[in-house]
Design a protein around this ligand. Structure first.
Ligand code: HEC
Ligand code: HEC
Ligand code: HEC
Ligand code: HEC
Length: 341
């Protein structure tokens, strides 16, 4: 069997005939972050007060340095100009993926690059809930109180490390760029060659809290297996939605169809290796989807099913029985960067 990451791609966007079909606009959300309430952003300084070690790591990442480098980047300014923007920070197009912003009234201000809340969710309504031990002293809550606290934090918008599907989906909402115009007219990349294990275990890794900042641990092998699977599944979901937004036979449609096709082959292969029902069903749903132009409603339906199955895998499995995929896991030398501590 060929390595999962390097399957050949044969299907490109299907015939131009599809272009004649009227464009159906039953599209899902573009990028998750466009739907976020930026009035609820408190900013990374608020987290740093208690999470010093995590903040130190974050300060060493591209997610942090982009705040200063991006506005000076020539290519960025050219993309913005082609999109009819006078500045990168005009409107929401670039702000949604490249910055953390606050909002008051209609005014949005960029306060950081991609920061804590870009990944853990706007925190105004959960920051106290998650950290105050139900109003008791640390260690005094009953198990029922602990789970009620976390449930309340999640209801208030917290994306927790334990919900791998949720946080992975959020990474992909930026790292696959589902805006046809931005790619075709603006010349923006159609997203990164993003793989969840190698991209989460390098520079951005900050597993420091549970051991009080002593050691920035890699995710366990079991967790990495699950990440590998969830990453492929979420990539498939995201790419199917992205193809669903394609209306023209041009760079965007070709790149997204390629991404979706590669991801569904990978999922099919994972289904064979692991033999779990959720993946088998996912491969069937995706295999039946036509990666054609103006096919938004069918592709969104398929993406929805893929997403529900991915959430189930994230909820039900811990990777302990996924040993059959070990030889496909990226090695440390393939990780994206190194954490600052
Ligand atoms: C007043 C101190 C305090 C502040 C401020 C704070 N945290 Fe926390 N955070 C905690 C404590 C305490 C825990 C561990 C709670 C537990 O394990 O029961 C925690 C845990 C977490 C976790 C792990 C959750 C999990 O599921 O295990 C994340 C993620 C997190 N915080 C993110 C943030 C972010 C993002 C901010 C800023 C928006 C922030 N925290 C601000 C004290 C704080
Ligand atoms: C859907 C999310 C999304 C939107 C919207 C978006 N970008 Fe990006 N952009 C990204 C991601 C993710 C990368 C990193 C790609 C990679 O991994 O190399 C990136 C990379 C870039 C790069 C090259 C890398 C660098 O920073 O040096 C430039 C330039 C850029 N974007 C400019 C823009 C501009 C200008 C806009 C607004 C007109 C914009 N982007 C809108 C997600 C987005
Ligand atoms: C690029 C997205 C991203 C950013 C930015 C980010 N986090 Fe996280 N964070 C994650 C993910 C993903 C995990 C879970 C990783 C895992 O399970 O291996 C996590 C885990 C954590 C944990 C639990 C770690 C542990 O030891 O169990 C804490 C606490 C936390 N983050 C706080 C923060 C704070 C504070 C910031 C800002 C300084 C921040 N994060 C920035 C994605 C992010
Ligand atoms: C709000 C949008 C957004 C989210 C969410 C996001 N990223 Fe990013 N990420 C970006 C952008 C934009 C860049 C490019 C920054 C630059 O260099 O200018 C980037 C860069 C990176 C890089 C550095 C890549 C390099 O070229 O070295 C890594 C690694 C990365 N992201 C991993 C992740 C992971 C893992 C997650 C989820 C846990 C995540 N990102 C979530 C927007 C995002």
């Amino acid at each position: 069997m060929p390595p999962i990451a390097q399957n050949p791609v044969t299907t490109v966007v299907a015939a131009a005939a599809a272009a004649a079909v009227a464009f159906v606009s039953v599209l899902g959300p573009a990028a998750a972050q466009t739907a976020w309430d930026h009035r609820e952003i408190v900013g990374p300084d608020e987290c740093a007060e208690c999470h010093k070690a995590e903040t130190e790591v974050w300060r060493g990442t591209h997610h942090h340095s982009t705040f200063r480098s991006m506005p000076r980047n020539r290519e960025a300014n050219e993309i913005a100009r082609r999109m009819g923007l006078r500045r990168i920070k005009e409107g929401s197009l670039c702000l949604d993926c490249h910055f953390t912003t606050t909002q008051s009234g209609r005014r949005r201000d960029a306060i950081a690059g991609i920061s804590c809340e870009s990944c853990h969710g706007p925190a105004r309504d959960w920051i106290k809930v998650h950290s105050e031990f139900s109003g008791l002293k640390e260690g005094q809550e009953s198990p029922a109180q602990i789970s009620a606290r976390w449930a309340a934090a999640e209801r208030a918008g917290m994306i927790r490390p334990g919900d791998m599907y949720a946080w992975a989906k959020n990474c992909f909402s930026c790292h696959v760029v589902p805006q046809e115009d931005l790619v075709n007219r603006g010349g923006h990349t159609a997203g990164s060659a993003f793989e969840l294990v190698s991209w989460s275990q390098g520079e951005i890794r900050h597993n420091l809290w549970h051991n009080k900042g002593r050691r920035n641990e890699q995710a366990s092998r079991e967790t990495q297996r699950l990440m590998f699977v969830i990453g492929r599944a979420v990539e498939l979901e995201t790419a199917l939605r992205a193809v669903g937004r394609a209306t023209q036979r041009a760079d965007y449609a070709v790149a997204m169809a390629r991404r979706a096709d590669t991801a569904r082959r990978a999922v099919a292969q994972l289904a064979q290796l692991l033999g779990i029902r959720e993946l088998t069903q996912m491969a069937q749903v995706a295999g039946g989807a036509s990666l054609s132009l103006n096919n938004g409603s069918a592709l969104n339906r398929a993406a929805g099913q893929v997403g529900r199955l991915a959430q189930q895998i994230s909820d039900r499995y811990d990777g302990s029985r996924f040993g059959a995929i070990d030889r496909y896991l990226p090695s440390a030398s393939q990780y994206k960067g190194r954490p600052a501590r």
